[in-house]
Write a protein that binds this ligand. Sequence first.
Ligand code: C2E
Ligand code: SIN
Ligand code: SIN
Ligand code: FE
Ligand code: FE
Length: 488
Amino acid sequence: MELLLDHRLKFGESIQAFADLLFVIDDYGSVLDCKFGDASIPFDSCEQLQHKKVRDVLPTDLGGKLDHFISEARKNGRSSSFEFPLNIGEHEFWFDGCFLPASDSNTILSARNITKYKKTEFRMQRQLKRLSALRSIDLAIASGLDLNLLLSILLDRIIETLRVDAATVLLLDHEMNLLNFASGKGFHTNILQHTSLKPGQGYAGRAVLERRMVSIPDLTKNATEFDRSPLFPRERFVVYYGVPLVAKGRVLGVLEIFHRSPLRADEDWLDFLNIISGQTAIAIDSAMMFKDLQKSNFELSLAYNATIDAWSRTLDLRDRETEGHTRRVTDLTIRFAAMNGVKDADLIHIRRGSTLHDIGKVAIPDHILFKPGPLTHEEWETMRQHPKYAVDLLSPIKYLEPAMEIPHWHHERWDGTGYPDRLGNAEIPYSARIFALADVYDALTSNRPYRNAWSKKDAIQYIENQSGKHFDPRLVPDFLNLVNANGY
Ligand code: C2E
Ligand code: SIN
Ligand code: SIN
Ligand code: FE
Ligand code: FE
């Protein structure tokens, strides 16, 4: 006691006047005395700290530096300052402290209570983290991800930012009127993966029916909705939240939050739970819309293809000789195009164009189209109009725009002597150059009203001979390899 009085005299009121916390530490690092200058700090606990080693009182990550700080203080009259938390009574306080040399063997730790600033700092850090979570959810929404992947990303961010152990999303199947498990994170078991609830049933069902958050702060007290699930206790969950996911006024499902220890849900936390639920609902809504859109696009595309096939069959019905020609030419063209690295997205247009290539012949009178012999000059004039007729017929149809190259230019020739536009070389669209090879090969090897089918050998020889005249010479060898290897 003598010694302590000595300190107080030595450092006087001045230190106490601005320090909220004072420790007097002896040579061995034991706390000899402590004093709280801040009346808001529960002073009682000071006794509990006395005689403890200061390294046990302060957080462990400071432990290693204490010797350094103390020797620094003894050398310079003051150590650098450092922040540390201290649990006093029920509460956590934060201090900003430094060591000061006292007598020969003793050192004083003088600290200011910075709890208020620290809390603000933590709060800002949390807000920042939450904002960045919302931002990443926005990005996930905008990127048009598949729903399952989206939910998986969302749940990761929700668990991370709300600092909870597990979360699920249940989606409402509006047709069956059932709430089904869609995605979950943080579970030890798969107990909830088979969850399927009617609105009103279970906590999640209640959240949907009543359109409000359901919270169970202690699942271990009293009976709960989860008692029906015998494996549920294995998860050791204590806290439950179920938040309805509402977008555009429609309930899409429920976000469920689980935590394995009690949760102090302050206003901030609850606000954020609501914000992130709203964001999750928007994400689900847009992912579902995207899926529906893709589905209807797919269905539309099937409808288009059926229409195109129907048109091309009307042509076949009229011109029995060419029956099968369209299908064979289309198959051969697609095969050759794919072999040449044409992408799937372009192949669909090539398929449509190929199917419709001679649709313009519907405008050619029977006496020309079915003439058993060679055509007169005038007849040829008419016949050479069939690509133009195709353009007239099909150009009002927007979705066929990218498919028009073949109907329009399948009779152009590499040397520029073809029709209707006398295009030459690379002026002729690639798809039309590919198609011309398949078309002529199949025409030659088929019967026509004006002649019988040629042999395969003659057809191949003809194409070889027309390389650089009718056909793109760079395509001819590969095309003939394909035809030879596949028995066309
Ligand atoms: P298509 O019968 O489908 O023939 C398509 C293309 O294959 C022809 O385009 C031509 O490049 C080639 N091709 C077909 N058969 C022969 C042939 O016997 N010899 C040669 N060297 N090439 C042949 P092209 O010539 O522009 O003819 C377009 C369409 O005009 C033909 O379609 C066919 O419907 C019609 N056509 C052509 N020549 C005659 C003909 O002599 N009599 C009649 N009635 N129609 C003809
Ligand atoms: C839930 O509310 O998520 C499930 C409750 C139950 O299993 O009945
Ligand atoms: C057309 O001009 O007929 C269609 C446009 C195109 O094929 O590029
Ligand atoms: Fe043609
Ligand atoms: Fe043809």
